[in-house]
Design a protein around this ligand. Structure first.
Ligand code: TYD
Ligand code: MG
Length: 442
């Protein structure tokens, strides 16, 4: 606008954006007052921290593993993103969940942008879900979908996947960041406006990001990742963000010929493949979300033919391995130079807790010394750079779960004994050097 030009005010009774009449509200411009200061805004309504809020209404599907990861059921008007690699089983999971919610009485719509309706129907029949009262659409035009949703007002809508949805108001191609962002925005707005819960499927790109660089993650209330190793049947649904429940909660499933089966006791499953105690194998008593889960940590240490020995890690953090190797060398004089190190969490599980440090160190030492850690022993504890063992949270739960699965001994940092029940002996150790002396007699 040219300097000095002033638009002539004209009467306007109709909104240019939505076409509705008599919806315009006067906004005072942010200008200068008569004395030159900035005019003041309106005051914002304030409340107290003590005000009572009813808990958000939740629908329960009856798929216990799915409900738990959501924080105890699906919250009305919430938006949930389920991310995962292509082919991991997202469509299977969400079709099963949609059928479960529908059978539990929630009016449910499943929109597939990836498969034709006949394909989805075929899968439903194969999974024994054909009789569930889920209504189905195969569509990618989001404007049409939103119009349909506005008319139908379902309690739950599943969008499979967000990357296939497109809006004609956005110029870029379907699947582009701009489209994904706009489509997710409109669906989240719809959820809030109409009280419908929206479950969005999102494909994760190779570098582990949900395409549309994480934009969708910020828009939704809850982000779940569906993960698992290709060769394994186990699938883990993990909440990485949840406005309505604890994050880091996991649900465990097994991919079978008849779809995803719930695994109520993951510890038993993860340890089921374990045979005789072998050097390099250690059972870690971990906490995933609100649940203790035992996993087997496996290490293999072999002379290296390479100038720079290999450090291959699956299911654990590679940087953490480097730190533990450095601590073992600096504090105990046990070097791994010239040795290839392979580290693995059995069963396709991923462990991110620092509490796994001691179990990792135990597996490495056990593999290197070719001495098995006793089969009835679980190990947990964080290792500091000084080599000291730090106590970890939820000791009691860790010990209880171990006892439940038949373990009778635990090796842990100081102050862990308190939580031990009957039949569980806890060996408390102050530092990594004491651990080496105790277990490997060095
Ligand atoms: P799918 O749900 O299509 O994965 P996504 O939506 O994440 O791309 O499932 C992918 C794989 O699951 C497919 O390769 C076949 C397998 N599968 C089973 O093993 N059993 C079953 O009952 C179903 C439906 C799928
Ligand atoms: Mg799919």
């Amino acid at each position: 606008m040219a300097p000095g030009f002033r638009a002539r005010p004209i009467w306007g009774g109709r909104c240019d954006a939505c076409g509705a009449w008599n919806t315009l509200v006067e906004e005072a411009p942010l200008g200068t007052g008569p004395k030159g200061g900035v005019t003041r805004g309106r005051s914002v309504a304030l409340s107290t921290l003590a005000e009572e809020e009813a808990p958000p209404p939740r629908s329960v599907s009856g798929m216990a593993e799915f409900d738990r990861v959501l924080g105890g059921g699906l919250v009305a008007a919430s938006a949930v993103l389920v991310g995962g690699d292509p082919g991991i089983g997202k469509s299977t999971l969400l079709l099963q969940a949609a059928a479960a919610f529908a059978r539990a009485g929630l009016s449910t719509l499943y929109v597939s942008g990836e498969e034709a309706a006949a394909q989805v129907r075929l899968r439903a029949r194969r999974l024994g879900l054909a009789d569930a009262p889920v209504r189905l659409a195969a569509e990618t035009n989001l404007r049409d979908i939103l119009t349909t949703l506005d008319a139908e007002r379902p309690g739950l809508v599943v969008i499979d996947s967000i990357q296939t949805m497109w809006l004609d108001t956005v110029e870029s191609a379907p699947g582009s960041v701009a489209q994904v962002r706009a489509a997710a925005h409109d669906l989240v707005q719809f959820a809030k406006r109409r009280g419908t819960a929206v479950l969005l499927v999102g494909h994760v790109t190779k570098d582990g990001q949900i395409a549309g660089p994480r934009v969708v993650e910020h828009m939704v209330d809850t982000v779940l990742y569906f993960e698992g190793e290709r060769g394994h049947a186990f699938r883990i649904l993990r909440s990485v963000k949840n406005r309505f429940g604890p994050a880091d909660e996991i649900g465990v499933f097994e991919m079978t010929g008849g779809g995803l089966a719930e695994v109520a006791n993951p510890s038993a499953l993860f340890l089921s493949e374990r045979d005789r105690p072998a050097p390099g194998s250690v059972v870690f008593s971990g906490i995933e979300g609100t649940r203790p889960v035992l996993t087997e940590i496996q290490a293999l240490v072999a002379p290296s033919s390479l100038g720079t020995p290999r450090r291959a890690v699956v299911g654990l953090d590679g940087a953490r391995l480097s730190t533990i190797l450095a601590v073992l060398e600096a504090r105990c004089g046990i070097a791994f130079g010239g040795l290839d190190v392979f580290l693995n969490v059995a069963g396709g599980m991923r462990v991110a807790e620092p509490a796994a440090d001691l179990a990792v160190a135990a597996a490495l030492l056990s593999a290197r010394e070719d001495i098995a850690v006793p089969a009835d022993t679980v190990v947990f504890g964080e290792i500091s750079l000084s080599g000291a063992l730090r106590p970890v949270g939820q000791t009691e739960n860790r010990l209880k779960e171990a006892a439940k699965l038949g373990f009778t001994r635990a090796i842990a940092p100081a102050r862990s004994k308190l939580g031990a029940g009957e039949g569980m002996t806890v060996r408390e150790l102050p530092d990594i050097a004491a651990f080496v002396a105790d277990v490997f007699g060095a």
